[in-house]
Design a binder for this molecule. Structure first.
Ligand code: ADP
Length: 347
């Protein structure tokens, strides 16, 4: 089986909750690939949960389709009920049955007389074999999440959907648990989608990233690709800090306050956005430099410099540079751009 074999595909998915309002899903397209983890990242209200729920069969589509291989799950008048879709779900609050112990929670969706054995093996894979008899209220938040994941994986689902699975946990535990979750999904060879609104988390878990905005998937790719080559200002902003400079293309270049940048492939006179990551800026001390450092602060792993045109005005930009640095507030600097951290897109 090839690594990029499509397991599940969503095409033109539409979902409208109120007749005239904005659609929760405008026309969303997404492929989930065999054995890969896709992180679905978007701001609150962008339609992530609606898409997850539509894949699970908990929402009906108003248009478009969802297919597992050749089987239509949603669309063309069909709607396969959630219980017959081969989907494993991990909810934000884990949704464990409070009156069942960990083993019975994991065994819940399993049929046949070996259900308990499969459930026990799944718990052991989650290093929770010793907690089989514990009830949810006797487990920590992290353990509950691991039981929820074990329950989702136990019936060997075609796809596993995780809705903000780390949001209820403190920061240190979050990191530990997300690494563990990735390991568990990989060990099971699962095809998975993790919904999150946290860019750092999305990039940490994803083989493939899908960016969502206003009911559409606006970009997909590896975290690296998407970070380095955002398709729009909205996509760039979703993954972190970026300076957005509007410019007009002249003879294949777009002028910015930091010099002209390559803009081949665009029409002459076209309005574009230069998307500049803070890592792109090189600041060097220069007596007659065109910029002044207006603020310097440490962000632990790097320094953040705010700089502005030397002649004044309201505009300022942010640069991230390695620590230590000889530059300080009030210094005049010249600014260069590393093209690796910048892209030019249509406005
Ligand atoms: P996200 O998960 O990205 O935060 P959602 O899918 O929850 O976004 O919501 C997308 C849009 O649909 C939002 O505008 C939200 O208010 C609306 N919405 C979601 N669920 C319902 C519902 N059951 N009834 C009405 N509107 C809803």
């Amino acid at each position: 089986m090839s690594q990029t074999q499509t397991v599940l595909s969503v095409r033109g998915a539409q979902r409208r909750y109120v007749k005239k309002g904005q659609a929760a899903l405008a026309s969303a397209d997404l492929d989930l690939h065999a054995g890969r983890i896709t992180a679905l990242l978007g701001p609150s209200g962008s339609g992530k949960s609606t898409l997850l729920r539509a894949i699970a069969g908990l929402e009906r589509l108003d248009g478009g389709e969802i297919r597992l291989g050749d089987t239509v799950w949603s669309g063309h008048g069909a709607h396969i009920p959630p219980e017959t879709r081969r989907v494993g779900m991990v909810f934000q609050d884990y949704a464990l049955f409070p009156h069942l112990d960990a083993l019975s929670n994991v065994a819940f969706g399993l049929k046949g007389k070996d259900a308990k054995d499969i459930a026990q093996a799944q718990l052991e894979a989650a290093e929770l074999g010793h907690k089989a008899k514990a009830f949810p209220h006797e487990l920590s938040g992290g353990e509950q999440q691991r039981v929820a994941l074990a329950r989702a994986l136990a019936p060997s689902p075609a796809v596993v959907l995780l809705d903000e699975p780390f949001s209820g946990l403190d920061r240190r535990l979050r990191h530990e648990l997300r690494d563990r979750t990735v390991q568990t999904l990989k060990a099971a060879g699962a095809t998975a989608m993790i919904v999150t609104h946290d860019a750092e988390e999305a990039m940490a878990v994803a083989d493939e990233l899908a960016l969502m905005d206003a009911g559409r998937v606006i970009q997909t790719g590896t975290p690296d690709d998407v970070w380095m080559r955002p398709v729009s200002a909205v996509a760039a902003r979703l993954l972190g800090d970026v300076e957005i400079i509007e410019s007009t293309v002249e003879t294949g270049r777009a002028d910015t306050p930091f010099g002209a940048v390559d803009a081949h492939g665009f029409d002459e006179g076209e309005t574009v956005h230069a998307l500049i990551r803070p890592q792109a800026f090189g600041l060097s001390l220069a007596k007659d430099g065109a910029f002044t450092i207006t603020r310097r602060r440490s962000a632990g792993t790097h320094l953040v410099f705010e700089f502005a045109p030397a002649e004044g005005g309201d505009t300022h930009w942010h640069a991230h540079t390695a620590s230590p640095s000889p530059l300080h507030e009030g210094d005049r600097v010249s600014v260069s751009l590393d093209p690796a951290y910048l892209s030019v897109v249509r406005r």
